[in-house]
Design a protein around this ligand. Structure first.
Ligand code: BG6
Length: 494
């Protein structure tokens, strides 16, 4: 792991008036500044003809909405540059401003380019940065890019080639914000620092793995983006496959960036490719219809959302059964699912262990349950372990009990947000929790198998009412194997 401290840096933020910057990046920068006083200056860029003061007001409002108090010493570090990213000439002025701030703040020429932009601009901006000389600098240069990285493997390869003509792989930070979540980072520690888990973490003792990332939100104002993307590309290609890789990988030989990434790559390479036949059987494509959320709110169906075509076949839900064809996992199904407008907002990884043979400790009072290890990623952060113990009866009855550990119960402020962590990592030059190109390529390869199968067979969406846990086909997927989705539980202390 990197222990390097954050160095003075100019952060050149493209998409400075966008939703991501407003909701996530300004609050994250504020926390980084507050905790480290890292001497950075930010140049925010967007098309609007603002000046520095107008921009500072905007950053101020972002902080206020996130409950952060105002600090002028922080806001004064924000500069605005109105830019049409396609206009090559306009980058000259940007370079002048960057050089000025370099001198004023003593930033040593260190530059972090953050592309919080629509992906079609990634290539253009990168080339323009090079053409204008902004990437020729005395300090380090780093690039953060948001997803989606391409639309399929081919376009991702083309985009990667463009970006790598300007930045080295070790200078490219591809964001998957799930990798910045505390409990996603914790998967490795829980697995590899505990011999009682590590020794049984394989196909001899585990019957199946269930990974869920469910949301109650609909597509809101993002329909333009979402309808072209769908849950497969929006969530499975990145977050779900990354969590799968971390749950399944072998222990890295050292805790170095490339050693950890190498292990994830091996898992991604071992995922059994999807065929037309297996897609029909093992992948569920869903879309929400109108319904009522558990809060009582009635919400429209996906096709009734603003800017969604009334015959849209875009999936807002995916459930899939995957196999990882390696020694450790042969025969163990990994069920993954994600969706919008589901009954709960929750991300959990459930490890279901096999039953003991011929268990005599049954009970007439209590249902028998297998051992489950639940990694609660959000909103609760922690672990629960379901075991069986003796019931208060005069017979040898057993009953299910739960051991729980809550990671975010005592500290009401919680740990740093995923974006704060990842931005901090990038400022330190630590790319461990960013995705390397071969991880992205392998994820595309897998997901493309599904895209192709759906296209070839004209797979229709299966409907589910908003406020439910997905279409009936998702339950049938597990029922066929004699399993069911475990309810998404809360940790009791909450
Ligand atoms: C983003 C997706 O990557 O992740 C969104 O584009 C989704 O559609 C979001 O809502 C979920 O993130 P989180 O952190 O709220 O689980």
């Amino acid at each position: 792991m990197h222990n390097e401290t954050q160095q003075p840096t100019a952060i050149l933020l493209f998409g400075a008036t966008g939703d991501l910057a407003h909701r996530k990046l300004y609050p994250a920068l504020y926390e980084i500044y507050k905790k480290n006083q890292a001497p950075f200056a930010v140049i925010g860029m967007a098309r609007r003809p603002w000046d520095h003061d107008r921009y500072r007001e905007y950053v101020h409002s972002a902080l206020a909405e996130n409950g952060k108090e105002d600090r002028n010493d922080f806001l004064n570090r924000f500069y605005y540059y109105s830019l049409d990213v396609n206009n090559t000439e306009a980058y000259r002025g940007l370079k002048d401003l960057a050089e000025r701030l370099d001198r004023e703040y003593g930033l040593g020429g260190n530059r972090l380019f953050y592309l919080a932009l629509a992906p079609e601009f990634f290539g253009t901006v990168t080339l323009n940065l090079q053409a204008s000389g902004l990437t020729e600098t005395a300090g380090f240069k780093r690039l953060i890019i948001e997803k989606p990285f391409g639309r399929d493997l081919k376009s991702a390869e083309a985009l990667n080639a463009t970006i790598q003509s300007v930045f080295g792989e070790n200078e490219i930070y591809r964001i998957d914000h799930y990798l910045g979540k505390e409990m996603v980072q914790n998967i490795q520690v829980i697995r590899f620092a505990n011999p009682i888990f590590e020794s049984i973490w394989n196909n001899r003792y585990i019957s199946n793995v269930q990974i869920t990332a469910s949301e109650t939100l609909g597509v809101g104002e993002r329909a333009g983006y979402y309808d072209r993307t769908g849950a497969l590309l929006d969530m499975v290609q990145n977050h779900l496959l990354q969590m799968t890789a971390l749950t399944a990988m072998e222990p890295p030989s050292r805790l170095e960036t490339e050693d950890i990434r190498d292990e994830k790559v091996k898992v991604l390479r071992s995922i059994r490719p999807v065929t037309v036949e297996s897609a029909r059987r093992d992948i569920v494509k869903g879309q929400y219809t109108k319904g009522v959320l558990p809060s009582g709110e009635s919400v429209p169906g996906y096709r009734e959302e603003e800017n969604v075509p009334e015959n849209s076949e875009t999936e807002t839900f995916v459930a899939a059964k995957l196999f990882i064809d390696n020694f450790r996992w042969a025969g163990v199904p990994f069920y993954i699912r994600t969706g919008k407008r589901m009954a709960v907002k929750s991300t959990q990884i459930v490890i279901q262990f096999k039953d003991v043979p011929l268990n005599p400790y049954t009970s007439t009072f209590f249902a028998q349950e297998p051992n489950l290890l639940v990694i609660h990623v959000q909103p609760d952060e922690g672990l629960s372990l379901k075991l069986n113990a003796k019931a208060f009866t005069h017979k040898w009855d057993s009953k299910p009990i739960t051991l729980e550990y809550c990671n975010n119960c005592s500290d009401v402020l919680g740990g740093p947000d995923a974006y704060e962590r990842l931005l901090g990592d990038c400022l330190r030059g630590d790319s461990t929790n960013f995705t390397r190109w071969d991880e992205v390529a392998l994820s595309w390869q897998f997901v493309e198998g599904i895209m192709t199968a759906w296209k070839e067979t004209n797979t229709p969406v299966r409907f589910y009412p908003a406020g439910s846990m997905g279409p009936a086909e998702s339950d049938a997927l597990l029922a066929r194997d004699g399993f069911h989705w475990w309810p998404l539980t809360r940790i009791n202390k909450h």
